[in-house]
Design a protein around this ligand. Structure first.
Ligand SMILES: Cc1cc2nc3c(=O)[nH]c(=O)nc-3n(C[C@H](O)[C@H](O)[C@H](O)COP(=O)(O)OP(=O)(O)OC[C@H]3O[C@@H](n4cnc5c(N)ncnc54)[C@H](O)[C@@H]3O)c2cc1C
Length: 491
């Protein structure tokens, strides 16, 4: 049996802890906050229960695998398939529903956008499926090997590289297959699911809409936070110890190998291996001295951040689905505001509203709205915004309410109370540097291969979670936990 310390109880940390404890290791999780879950956050007030992070589960088989591999599916967790997955609203008044039945979705596109758009999407989906088949095993489910991973992909099936088109952006791929600008906008949106700009993100991100449609979009009754609680319980049931209010201030090494951590209260926990679920920038920037990894990370573009507006709403809103995406007139202006050198809160952002029709998350006769818009990260200097500036969060929240009214959702008068969470708040609550949701973005052809590997350059130190390979979002983070557990192996 090896002693393993996991730093951070986000989804990746908890999933890794459960897997490693199940494999027979003595696992201790150190979480700096008084609660687990990290970005999978919860805000409760007056009978309302809001998820403050994820609101959509995709690739449910990955979640299933995490639990099946550690003792079985938990009774308290159920998954509900969403129909539709989301309702899309365009600035010209067009709307359509995205569903997980390809024929049905294509028929909806023909009706909403005009004949031929369904066939365009069908051809695009065939290409996306080829990319999925080519990347799933060697890339998403395997440890990152830098150029070796590229070579492995090329040698296995050279034609896969042609499908992946590594030098092509998602935007360019979309233009090749999709004629209607609204359908292109719909595709562009998926780049943001990895925190990226569709004009610079690789065409390989075509797998994101593909997996959403092929495997469905899912909800957890009671809110997605239930997943975090179930993972916490599973780690404990497998024998892990979870310490709360236990901030790690340093990873110790001896003879070049990680051999434990130091806590803020001065305690030292010895370990045979350390698994860091903390943002990789923090791991290499301040927890351990690894200048090469730190320099490499500094070359990548940080992912976008998010501004969250929670609304406790009286009454019922006709026409609103569970998930809704309201696109602005000028989508590129949004990416310029988020990723440009003169970053600023996006004046006319895409508005995402999640309003689950779930009695467990709102009092009778009310709705719990989670409104999320893309935002530049928090900080000083080019590319960042000081989200702590007095009055900014409040005035931007009010601005979003006005935009909702402009788009036919004049919810303001029915709002009992609201709550904002800025990128600065996310940084404070989870340690996400600048509140960047996904660590580094996928902007640039090589970005995915520059993402920190799960096996760090320091022997005995492993990285798990959204800022490391294979990336952010609940399924990929859970895959990173599986990769790390396989790298460490049984006790
Ligand atoms: C607003 C928002 C919406 C999202 N929507 C979706 C969605 O719909 N679907 C989806 O799949 N994903 C979504 N995501 C992404 C998803 O939430 C994340 O990718 C995932 O939860 C990150 O998990 P993680 O393992 O990287 O850990 P994190 O959540 O980053 O947790 C890291 C943990 O480490 C702790 N920690 C940090 N520093 C220390 C230290 N020094 N010592 C000890 N502990 C420390 C933190 O407190 C935290 O608990 C969303 C995220 C956000 C913020």
């Amino acid at each position: 049996m090896s002693r393993i310390v996991v730093i951070g109880a986000g989804v990746g940390g908890l999933a890794a802890a459960a897997r490693l404890a199940h494999l027979g290791h003595e696992v201790t999780v150190c979480e700096s906050q008084p609660q687990v879950g990290g970005k999978l956050g919860l805000y409760e007030r007056d009978g309302f229960r809001f998820d403050t992070g994820p609101s959509l589960v995709t690739l449910p088989q990955v979640l299933r695998d995490t639990f099946e591999a550690t003792g079985g599916w938990p009774a308290e967790l159920s998954l509900t398939r969403l129909a539709p997955i989301a309702r899309y609203w365009f600035a010209d008044g067009t709307t359509f529903d995205a569903t997980d039945d390809l024929d049905d979705f294509c028929a909806r596109l023909d009706t909403a956008l005009g004949p031929g758009n369904g066939d365009d999407w069908r051809r695009f989906t065939a290409r996306a499926e080829r990319i999925w088949q080519a990347t799933r095993r060697p890339f998403l489910e395997s440890p990152l090997g830098g150029a070796r991973t590229m070579a492995a992909l090329a040698l296995r099936r050279p034609q896969d590289i042609a499908a992946i088109a590594p030098a092509t952006s998602l935007r360019t791929l979309g233009r090749r297959y999709l004629r209607d600008p609204r359908l292109r906008t719909f595709l562009d949106r998926y780049a943001t699911y990895t925190g990226s700009d569709p004009r610079r993100a690789p065409a390989a991100l075509a797998v994101v809409p593909y997996v959403e449609q092929a495997f469905g979009g899912w909800y957890v009754p009671g809110g997605l936070r239930v997943i975090g609680d179930a993972l916490h319980q599973r780690a404990i049931d497998c024998g892990a110890t979870v310490l709360l209010d236990a901030e790690v201030t340093a990873i110790r090494t001896s003879a070049g190998r990680a051999d434990g951590v130091v806590l803020a209260d001065g305690r030292h926990l010895p370990a045979d291996a350390v698994v860091a679920n903390v943002d990789a920038t923090t791991v290499y920037g301040s927890l351990i001295d690894c200048a090469k990894a730190s320099r490499r990370l500094a070359r990548a573009t940080p992912s976008l951040a998010g501004f969250v507006l929670l609304l406790a709403v009286r009454g019922h809103t006709p026409g609103l689905a569970h998930h809704n995406v309201l696109f602005p007139r000028d989508y590129d202006a949004e990416f310029d505001a988020v990723f440009g050198s003169s970053a600023r809160p996006v004046p006319d952002p895409t508005l995402y509203i999640s309003a689950p029709d779930d009695p467990a998350v709102r009092p009778d006769g009310h709705e719990a709205w989670f409104v999320l818009v893309n935002a530049p990260r928090h900080g000083a200097g080019p590319g960042a915004v000081d989200w702590r500036a007095p009055g900014l969060a409040r005035s931007y929240g009010d601005h979003l309410l006005n935009l909702l009214a402009d788009r036919g959702l004049p919810v303001g008068e029915r709002v009992l109370w609201s709550q904002t969470f800025t990128p600065a708040d996310l940084e404070e609550r989870t340690g996400a540097v600048g509140g960047a949701i996904y660590g580094t973005s996928s902007n640039g052809a090589a970005a995915a291969f520059l993402r920190p590997a799960n096996r760090s350059p320091v022997p005995g130190l492993f990285l798990v979670g959204g800022s490391s390979h294979p990336g952010g979002g609940l399924p990929l983070v859970s895959l990173s936990a599986s990769i790390v557990a396989n790298l460490i192996g049984p006790a």
